[in-house]
Design a protein around this ligand. Structure first.
Ligand SMILES: C[C@@](CO)(OP(=O)(O)O)[C@H](O)COP(=O)(O)OP(=O)(O)OC[C@H]1O[C@@H](n2ccc(N)nc2=O)[C@H](O)[C@@H]1O
Ligand SMILES: Nc1ncnc2c1ncn2[C@@H]1O[C@H](COP(=O)(O)OP(=O)(O)O)[C@@H](O)[C@H]1O
Length: 342
C-alpha cells in the first residue's frame, strides 16, 4: 500500500494542521492456487487461497468534506448516518467503470463507514477512485479499494489503528479485503481472510487477458457447488509451495491451480479459448484468476534470462491480441507490497 497525504488547515475554527487529503495505492491479486471445499452453513466455502499481489494498482483518495451539522468537532456518533459526501471514479475502460457503484454500496464507502462506526471518529469524506484493476474480473479490485479506504481514513481521521485492528475490520468487509493490506504472497484460509505469508523469494512476470464481461463471485461459487457437490476439504499444494520457495517459474507454471476455473468456464465458455491461446503461445502456466473472467498467464521469472522472458511475453501478448477474444491485455510483475500511503 502507498499512502499520499497532503497537509492543510482544517476548516475555519482551528489552527491545527492536519491531513485533509490522503491517497493510498493498492495492488490487484491473482490466485496461484484456489482450493475450494464444500459449502458451509453460513453460505461461504472454506478455502486454501494463495494470493499473489501484482503491479496493477488502484489509487483511492479520501478528502475531508466538512463537519457534520450539530457536532462542532465534525465527529460522528457510533450509530450515526452516512459519512459519504460524494464518490467519483475514473481510469480503465468505460464498460468497466460503468460497473462501479458510485453510492454507499461501493466497498470503499463501506470501509469508511465501518471504520467511522468502530472508532466514533469518522468525518464526512469525498472518495475518489482511480481504477486500473478490472471490475468484476477476479482480481479483487473492489476489495483492494476497501482496504485502501480503510488505510486512508485511518490516516485522515488520525484513528491510529494498528495492523491487527485493520486486518480484523478488513475481514468483516469481505473475504479478500485483508490480503491487500499485506501484499506479497500469502495463503488465506477460512473463507480467505486468515492470512499467513508464504516463502516466495522470486519475482515473476505476468500477462493478464481482460474480458469484456464480468462474472459475479457468488454465481461462480454457486456453479461450483452444482458441478462439484462432493468437494473435498481444501489443502495447500506442496508442488506450489516448493516451486515458490525455489523461485522456479517452470514448476510454478505447472503448479498453478484454480478449483473455480471449471465453474467460470461453464458460465463463460469462451475463456477456454483464451487460456488455450496463451498456453499455445508458450506461457509457462495459464489459469482463470479467482472467480474470473480475467485469465492470467505466467511468462517467466526467477533467475531466468530477461530476454527469454521478454520473448515469451511478446509471443503470448501477440497471440492474445490476434485472437480478438480480449478487451484489453495488461502486463504486470508479482509479487509487490500491499497498500502504500502516497
Ligand atoms: C473468489 C475470490 C478468490 O480470491 O475472489 P475473486 O476472484 O472473486 O476476486 C474470493 O474468495 C471472493 O472474495 P470476495 O470477493 O471478498 O467475496 P465476498 O464478498 O466475501 O463474498 C461474495 C460471495 O462469494 C461467495 N463466497 C466468497 C468467499 C468464500 N470463501 N466462499 C464463498 O462462497 C459467497 O456466495 C459470497 O456471498
Ligand atoms: N470499489 C469498487 N470497485 C469495483 N467494484 C465494486 C466496488 N465497490 C463495489 N463494487 C461491486 O463489486 C462487484 C465485484 O467487483 P470486483 O471486486 O472488482 O470483482 P471481483 O470480486 O471479481 O474481484 C462489482 O461488480 C461492483 O458491482
Amino acid at each position: 500500500m502507498c499512502v499520499h497525504a497532503r497537509r492543510g488547515f482544517l476548516y475555519d475554527w482551528g489552527l491545527v494542521t492536519v491531513d485533509t487529503t490522503v491517497t493510498v495505492r493498492v495492488p490487484a491479486k491473482v490466485n496461484l492456487q484456489l482450493a475450494v471445499g464444500p459449502g458451509r452453513e453460513d453460505g461461504f466455502h472454506d478455502l486454501v487461497n494463495v494470493f499473489h499481489a501484482v503491479s496493477l494498482f488502484d489509487e483511492v483518495t479520501v478528502r475531508e468534506a466538512g463537519p457534520r451539522s450539530g457536532r462542532p468537532d465534525g465527529s460522528t456518533s457510533p450509530d450515526g448516518g452516512t459519512l459519504l459526501a460524494g464518490l467519483t471514479a475514473d481510469g480503465g475502460s468505460a464498460s468497466h467503470l460503468s460497473r462501479v457503484p458510485l453510492d454507499s454500496s461501493n466497498l470503499a464507502a463501506g470501509a469508511a463507514e465501518l471504520l467511522g462506526r468502530e472508532t466514533g471518529r469518522g468525518r464526512p469524506v469525498r472518495i475518489h477512485l482511480d481504477k486500473n484493476i478490472p471490475v468484476a474480473g477476479g482480481m479483487a479490485g473492489g476489495s483492494a479499494d476497501a482496504a485502501a479506504a480503510l488505510v486512508a481514513c485511518d490516516r485522515l481521521w488520525g484513528t491510529g489503528l494498528g495492523r491487527g485492528d485493520l486486518l480484523r475490520l478488513a475481514a468483516e468487509l469481505g473475504s479478500d479485503v485483508a490480503f491487500p493490506l499485506l501484499g506479497g504472497t500469502a495463503v488465506g484460509r477460512g473463507r480467505g481472510e486468515i492470512l499467513e505469508p508464504v516463502d516466495s523469494p522470486g519475482r515473476y512476470r505476468w500477462v493478464f487477458a481482460l474480458s469484456p464481461h464480468g462474472l459475479s463471485t457468488g454465481a461462480v461459487f454457486a456453479e461450483y457447488d452444482r458441478l462439484r457437490p462432493d468437494a473435498p476439504a481444501p489443502e495447500l499444494s506442496t508442488a506450489l509451495r516448493d516451486a515458490l520457495a525455489a523461485a522456479d517459474p517452470a514448476a510454478l507454471g505447472r503448479a498453478l491451480a484454480n478449483d473455480l476455473q471449471e465453474a467460470a468456464l461453464s458460465l463463460l465458455p469462451e475463456l477456454e479459448r483464451t487460456l488455450k491461446t496463451g498456453s499455445a503461445a508458450g506461457a509457462l502456466g495459464a489459469l482463470v484468476s479467482g472467480s474470473g473472467p480475467t485469465c492470467a498467464f505466467l511468462v517467466g521469472g526467477g533467475d531466468e534470462d530477461a530476454s527469454a522472458v521478454a520473448g515469451r511475453e511478446a509471443a503470448v501478448v501477440a497471440a492474445l491480441e490476434a485472437s480478438g477474444l480480449c478487451e484489453q491485455i495488461v502486463r504486470a510483475d508479482g509479487d509487490v507490497p500491499g497498500t502504500v500511503v502516497l
